[in-house]
Design a protein. Structure first.
Ligand code: ASP
Length: 325
């Protein structure tokens, strides 16, 4: 008997229709996206690998998602988690922010079943689209017995939400976990996990997503003078994530301004603009009271810091969490 898998459609390129099959770049111009039900029909996957229960959630570009959307998505997933008949959940998502949604869900969901995010680099209607193959692989992983947790499945690879990132604007193999690699593979019907995911420890209540405080990211470069950090604080930011130079530092001027903001009560996490590697808790960070972000990249650190602040964690709690993750 086929297993049952829920498919939640949120939109994105995987659900997008261009003006013809050769429209591979500017398909967003027509703003045409199909819902989960039509996507399943279009791909013809119903009853082939699993029995799919489509859930029409959104038909938007993933750049338009909000904290409210995240809260609602987590609520829907959490409701499905208790359905004993369901093997797993697949979420069709735009690739622009897929890694952020995967990360946030990994922090707020008790995922007793696999929750698989997938998307495509080429539109559903395009030549050699990866929409079909990625959905099929995601459904296979979602129906694999014994799996649990939030995972990203793209290009026949299984990635951890912690490490996966979109590394190319256009190519099919854009999703990678730099320096660490995938945690599993999908080879035709075979799903192989090659190592365990280092799943995040903390599980926040998804209700916190409805009350996330403002947390912004500043980006370091030669000449960066901290104007952005000041402006974010003036706009009401309670936290700043600094996407600093390689080892994890800003320019001296930026650092001085971040210190002022820490004295004014903001929480600052030092991350790096390199895209991989850890920011270690150095003597300098300790002295400056800047929290070392470890290997959580800037946009994921922003989400984690906002959740911590929403929960009412103090600076030391937040530091402990970043260091222990
Ligand atoms: N614009 C798309 C999105 O919704 C990009 C994609 O899905 O590849 O994120």
């Amino acid at each position: 008997m086929l297993s049952k898998v829920a498919f939640i459609g949120t939109g994105g390129t995987i659900a997008s229709l261009g003006k013809d099959q050769f429209d591979l770049l500017d398909y967003n111009a027509g703003n045409k996206r199909v819902d989960a039900t039509s996507l399943i029909e279009h791909i013809g996957i119903q009853g082939k690998i699993a029995e799919i229960i489509p859930i029409n959630f959104r038909e938007i570009d993933s750049t338009a998602l909000t904290n409210e959307d995240w809260a609602e998505l987590a609520e829907v997933c959490s409701g499905l988690m208790d359905d004993p008949e369901l093997a797993g959940i697949v979420i069709g998502h735009g690739t622009a922010s897929l890694e952020e949604t995967a990360w946030v869900l990994s922090l707020v969901l008790e995922a007793k079943k696999p929750v698989i995010l997938t998307g495509s680099m080429r539109p559903l209607s395009g030549i050699s689209t990866d929409a079909h193959a990625n959905l099929a692989a995601a459904v296979r992983v979602a129906s694999t017995p014994g799996l649990s947790g939030v995972l990203v499945v793209v290009n026949d690879e299984i990635h951890s939400p912690r490490s996966v990132t979109k590394t190319h604007t256009l190519r099919l193999g854009a999703f990678q976990s730099p320096w660490t690699g995938p945690i599993g593979y999908v080879d035709g019907p075979l799903v192989r996990m090659s190592r365990a995911d280092k799943a995040p420890q903390p599980v926040f209540s998804y209700e916190l997503l409805r009350e996330l405080p403002r947390v912004d990211i500043t980006y370091s470069h030669i000449g960066a003078d901290g104007t952005a950090a000041r402006a974010f604080a003036a706009a009401g930011a309670r936290g700043i994530v600094s996407a600093g130079f390689g080892p994890g530092m800003g320019t001296p001027t930026e650092t001085a301004i971040l210190q002022d903001l820490i004295r004014a009560g903001l929480t600052v996490v030092q991350s790096s603009r390199t895209g991989s590697g850890s920011v270690v808790d150095s003597a300098q960070h300790k002295r400056l009271e800047i929290i070392a972000g470890g290997d959580i990249g800037p946009h994921k650190a922003r989400i984690l810091l906002a959740l911590c602040l929403a929960r009412g964690d103090n600076r030391d709690d937040i530091e402990r969490l970043f260091l222990s993750l």
